[in-house]
Design a protein around this ligand. Sequence first.
Ligand SMILES: [Zn+2]
Length: 113
Amino acid sequence: MIAKYKTVYNENGEIAWCELVEAEFCCDEMKRAFEDGVIGFGDSRLIGCTSSKDSNINIYHYTCFPEGTACDAIPIRFCPFCGKEVKTIEVKKAKLVKKVVTVKKTEFEVVDI
Ligand SMILES: [Zn+2]
């Protein structure tokens, strides 16, 4: 399969996160595994992880404990179903630019009439 992704950099030029732009599946089994969340892009599925700096295609491995569920992301280079190469290609780059937001709000005061 081919996964095309976008890298977003922060103000310091470090990777803030990577996001999947387009996925071309090599076979129906891979598409199904992707849709079912067994295989996916990056590590954003990991519990407590809100932005993924990982640009791999991973198999997710869940372990259940009484305290909760732990998840590991294991990168794959070849499709486990048809054997085709798994390629990840950076197709876009973006950067975070500071945006100043001014919020207008209305307050009331009591005025004698
Ligand atoms: Zn495949």
